[in-house]
Write a protein that binds this ligand. Structure first.
Ligand SMILES: [Zn+2]
Length: 231
C-alpha cells in the first residue's frame, strides 16, 4: 500500500491553485491509497475556505485523504488551544518556520504541547534558511521526545542525520529530497525513519515535468531505496 505523508491542497504562494477535486483525482490515478495533506491556503484566506477545502478533499477521496492542521502563529494568537480550528479529526499538525515561528519560542512550544496533548505528529518544514534549518529544532525535538516529529525535506542533511541519531522520535520525509541524501540517511542506519512524502502538487511550481510523471519517478526511487511507508 502506498502512503504519502506530505501532500497539499489550496493556493500556493498566492498564485497556483490546486483544488480538492484535482488532488483527489491525481492521487487516485497515482494509486496512492492513503495520504496526509494540509492546506497551503491557510493564513491567506478566511479559515472557512480552508475548512471547506479539507472537507471536500476528504469526501472526494472517499476517506483516503487524512488532514493535518496547518497552524500559523496568528492562529495560536486567535485561539490559545487552537480549539476553534479543530472542527474535525486531524492526524497531525503542520508548521512552517518561515511563517514567523521562533525555533524554540513560546509559540512553537505551545503548538508542540497541543500536539502532545492530542497525541498528534508534527510535520515541520526544514530548509536552508537559518530560521528553519534542521539543527535549530534540536532543542524542541529533544524536549518533546514523546511527540513524533517529521523534519520535512531533511535540510540540511547532515543536521537532520544528527538529530535523528540523537532523538528516536524524529523522522524525515522524502519531499524534494535528492536521492543522494536518502542514501546518506540509509547509510547512517536510519532508513526506518524515512517516510515517503512528495509535497504533491507543489513540484509543479518548480519543475516543467508533468506532476504525475515526476511522482511516479519519485515512488520508484523511494521503493528502490527501501523507504518505509508507515510509522
Ligand atoms: Zn509541503
Amino acid at each position: 500500500m502506498l502512503t504519502d505523508y506530505h501532500v497539499h491542497v489550496g493556493f500556493f504562494n498566492g498564485g497556483l491553485y490546486f483544488s480538492p477535486e484535482e488532488i483527489a483525482r491525481d492521487m487516485k490515478a497515482l494509486k496512492v491509497e492513503r495520504y496526509y495533506f494540509s492546506s497551503t491556503s491557510t493564513g491567506s484566506v478566511p479559515f472557512n475556505f480552508v475548512r471547506r477545502e479539507i472537507e471536500e478533499l476528504v469526501n472526494f477521496s472517499e476517506g483516503n485523504a487524512k488532514p493535518f492542521l496547518w497552524v500559523s502563529p496568528g492562529m495560536l494568537q486567535h485561539s490559545k488551544n487552537l480549539k476553534c480550528y479543530f472542527f474535525r479529526e486531524f492526524y497531525g499538525i503542520k508548521l512552517h518556520g518561515l511563517q514567523g515561528w521562533q525555533p524554540y519560542g513560546k509559540g512553537i512550544r505551545r503548538a508542540f504541547s497541543i500536539a502532545r496533548d492530542k497525541n498528534l505528529p508534527v510535520l515541520l518544514h526544514t530548509g536552508e534558511h537559518e530560521i528553519c534549518r534542521a539543527g535549530v529544532y534540536r532543542k524542541i525535538c529533544c524536549e518533546f521526545h514523546d511527540v513524533k516529529i517529521i523534519l520535512a525535506h531533511g535540510r540540511p542533511i547532515s543536521e537532520t542525520v544528527e538529530i535523528m541519531k540523537e532523538c528516536p522520535n524524529v523522522y524525515t520525509d522524502t519531499a524534494f529530497m535528492p536521492k543522494i541524501n536518502i542514501k546518506i540517511i540509509k547509510n547512517a542506519g536510519l532508513i526506518q525513519r524515512v517516510l515517503f512524502g512528495s509535497d504533491f502538487p507543489v513540484m509543479q511550481y518548480f519543475f516543467k515535468t508533468p506532476r504525475r510523471q515526476y511522482y511516479r519517478k519519485r515512488v520508484k526511487i523511494c521503493e528502490e531505496l527501501g523507504v518505509i511507508k508507515h510509522f
